[in-house]
Design a protein around this ligand. Structure first.
Ligand code: HDD
Length: 735
């Protein structure tokens, strides 16, 4: 031992030890590792070719641009020695990773978004001076859809309200329409927002359930706070489980005030009407989708846009005279728990929105987009709705926490397309290099600039509405006390099928509550909507049905509130074509062709993946019996009778007791067919595919079943059924 050696310390490393990996020189870039194309907020590709790709350069560098020769090994004192603190690349890489996450949105954390364009018809030009609503004006938009309650990683198809937030990058500044797929809200005053959200979010002790309203705290609150009744009823209806973001209405909820060039004002409610109609899943389907494909809505939106099936919505307005009382036909326009039935005030279309590009980077765009009810442009103003007024405060406040400071408007996705000349300075994440010495007004040192604009030079000027002389109170108008009449209007406007779904939803949700008092109070609320609804849910809960405690209103039903009874375009509908991979390939080809001709998406489902048929005319398999589940398809078409399944899947004929190999149909195909049938979906069977229906216990003449005949005939029938969304006449509702 030398003088310098520490007693007991390990000796020098044996020279011959094999190293598992040797540091290597940089590898040349591979073309297939290129990132997706980068697009600007307008959806247009940005920059030169090199800028379009995430890892476009040949060499990996540090954040400071120094080229790296290795990113797989820390810098160590010898191959088996301790890691050295001086390894800047290690620390930079890990530190950046440690800070990759930002706080998720306190509500609406789970979302998906798309770029698009809004084209104005000009129909609103008489009531607003907003330039983007002038005839023919085209404005880039970014839309984010979301659920409300779940965390960022929660499932898409839970029962919940959906957010529908649109950012219009107008020439006069950003206008955000931050709406939902339900036209009313749980509360009438923003001061109650923390209460409803605390009640709806998972219980604070165990943090369960995730993204669900079927739990005690939610029902505790909404049954005590009965102004939530109307919104809750919409949630329990099929609106709470949309088929697709592409098939949802959107609502600005509040009443806005529009002002035209002459200064005349009109009160309006904004509506988004989907070209594909309003459609929903059924509850069991939605629940299965939570497990089988938690990204169902996100995938659906991105796939449709990628395939060129661009979703479209018409923007429309209901207009009301700007009277002193701000009432219309007895409905308080400042109460966000009330709608104005479309039969009383028709929705006038004022423009068309087309979503035509997916985001390139989820974090940069979908996660960092920051909406605000106060992002307004000249011609659009707010009203005294106390919910809206509170929102005007909340949205900026939340972005400061979520996006780490006050400069979030500089993030690419949030940047206005109008010139910015503000006097906001410094702060976290400041990326602008401001010039001049006088970010204050008045000044002489910067030549007095910038100057303020006037009405004739495009200034945003608040409408000088009178504020009536009043006493300072914590109170609301008497009309806000009516919590049930519009819930009853909604119930009476539903078809029997929709009522059955609502009844089942309440029975499920209240049935998931443990507290007896909550269930009983839930029934008392339902009695004030409708005795039949209350009686059916009470029966399901095994409790007596209480009497109503308020007089039941008899409003005129509003047909516009029902989703059923009309037909809609079938664009982008997904049809699963089942084949055994051996027989019936011509039928597969024909069915696939007919589906494509109708503008729908065919997905071929076979026992295993790969290609079917001859090499010169192969059919590609998109799903296998193992990966396919009915929730993914709007309709199932059997291209023939699939051959028996391997024993591993238990495809023995029910009648063979000896366990011998039988002619039974693969149980995964039977599940596909029976589940689709149970969920009201169209089922088609070409040729001898009808034998599978028999094994599945599905009558070939049942409503919504098209059996026998050539693939083209079967597909005609299936397409017609899809235009009505589901074969509801398959069921006999009890209500
Ligand atoms: Fe809100 C987000 C819609 C009432 C406070 N809200 C948020 C989003 C939507 C809505 C769609 C997600 C935006 C996005 O995709 O980034 N909110 C509504 C509607 C309401 C409503 C239609 C009633 C008519 N909200 C409301 C109230 C408050 C908030 C009364 C608070 C007083 N909302 C927020 C928030 C969020 C938000 C905390 C969370 C993330 C964010 O803002 O950016 O500030």
């Amino acid at each position: 031992m030398s003088d310098n050696e520490i007693p007991g310390a390990p000796g020098p490393e044996p020279a011959q030890i094999d190293e598992p990996t040797k540091p290597r020189g940089p590898l040349p870039p591979k073309h297939d590792q290129r990132g997706p194309e980068t697009v600007s907020p307008t959806g247009q590709p940005t920059g030169a070719d090199q800028d379009k790709v995430a890892q476009g350069g040949a060499y990996l560098t540090t954040a400071q641009g120094a080229r790296l020769y290795d990113t797989d090994h820390s810098l160590k004192a010898g191959p088996r020695g301790p890691v050295l603190l001086q390894d800047h690349h290690l620390r930079e890489k890990i530190t950046h990773f440690d800070h990759e996450r930002i706080p998720e949105r306190v509500v609406h954390a789970r979302g998906a978004a798309a770029h698009g364009v809004f084209r104005a018809y000009g129909a609103a030009a008489g009531i607003t001076k907003a330039a983007f609503l002038a005839e023919g004006a085209e404005t880039p938009v970014f839309v984010r859809f979301s659920t409300v309650l779940g965390s960022r990683g929660s499932a898409d198809t839970v029962r919940d309200t959906r957010g529908f937030a649109t950012k219009f990058y107008t020439d006069e500044g950003v206008f955000d329409l931050v709406g939902n797929n339900i036209p009313v809200f749980f509360i009438q005053d923003a001061i109650k927002f923390p209460d409803i959200i605390h009640a709806g979010k998972p219980h604070p002790d165990r943090e369960i359930p995730q993204a669900q309203s079927a739990h005690d705290t939610f029902w505790d609150f909404v049954t005590l706070h009965t102004e939530a009744t109307h919104h809750t009823l919409w949630n329990m209806s099929d609106r709470g489980i949309p088929r697709s973001y592409r098939m949802m209405e959107g609502f600005g909820v509040h009443t806005f005030r529009l002002v035209n060039a002459e200064g005349a004002t009109t009160l309006v409610k904004f509506h988004w009407k989907p070209k594909l109609g309003v459609h929903s899943q059924v509850w069991e389907e939605a629940q299965i989708a939570c497990g089988m494909d938690p990204d169902f809505h996100r995938r659906d939106l991105a796939d449709a846009i990628e395939a060129g099936a661009f979703p479209q919505w018409e923007l429309g307005v209901q207009t009301f005279p700007d009277t002193e009382d701000q009432m219309f036909e007895g409905i308080d326009l400042l109460d966000p728990t009330k709608i104005v039935p479309e039969e009383l005030a028709p929705v006038k279309p004022i423009g068309l929105m087309t979503l035509n590009a997916n985001p390139s980077n989820y974090f940069a765009e979908t996660e960092q987009v920051a909406f605000h009810v106060g992002h307004l442009v000249p011609g659009i103003d707010v009203t005294n709705d106390a919910l809206m007024q509170g929102r005007l405060f909340s949205y900026v406040d939340t972005q400061i926490t979520r996006l780490g400071g006050p400069n979030f408007a500089q993030l690419p996705i949030n940047r206005t397309h109008a010139p910015v000349n503000d006097m906001l300075r410094d702060g976290m994440h400041q990326t602008a290099v401001h010039r001049g010495v006088a970010p204050y007004r008045p000044n002489s040192l910067d030549g007095g600039c910038p100057f303020t604009a006037g009405a004739d030079t495009g200034a945003y000027i608040e409408v000088p509405v009178e504020v009536p002389a009043a006493r300072k109170v914590r109170d609301a108008a008497a009309s806000f006390d009516d919590h049930f009449s519009q819930a009853r209007l909604f119930w009476l406007s539903m078809t029997p099928t929709e009522r059955e779904h609502i009844t089942a939803a309440y029975t499920f949700e209240l049935g998931k509550c443990w507290d007896q008092a909550v269930k009983e109070r839930g029934l008392r609320v339902l009695a004030n909507i409708d005795p039949q609804l209350c009686a059916h849910v009470a029966q399901g809960l095994g409790l007596p049905a209480p009497e109503a405690t308020v007089p039941l209103a008899s409003p005129e039903p509003s047909a516009a509130l029902s989703q059923l009874g009309r037909t809609w375009p079938v664009d982008g509908r997904v049809v699963g074509i089942v084949t055994d991979g051996e027989s019936g390939l011509d039928a597969v080809r024909q069915a696939r062709g007919a589906v494509l001709d109708a503008g729908m998406v065919p997905l071929v489902i076979a026992p295993s993946g790969g290609k079917l048929g001859p090499d010169d005319d192969p059919v590609t398999v998109q799903r296998t019996f193992t990966t396919a589940r009915s929730i993914e398809f709007d309709a199932i078409v059997l291209a023939g009778a699939p051959a028996p399944a391997p024993d591993a899947y238990g495809a023995r004929d029910a009648k063979t007791d000896d366990g011998a190999r039988s002619t039974g149909v693969d149980p995964r195909v039977l599940l596909l067919v029976t589940e689709a049938f149970r969920h009201g979906k169209a089922v088609g069977a070409c040729g001898d595919g009808a034998t599978v229906l028999e094994k599945a216990g599905v009558a070939s003449d049942a409503p919504g079943v098209v059996a026998g005949g050539a693939a083209s005939t079967v597909l005609d029938g299936v397409t017609e059924l899809l235009a009505g969304h589901r074969a509801w006449d398959r069921f006999t509702p009890a209500l």
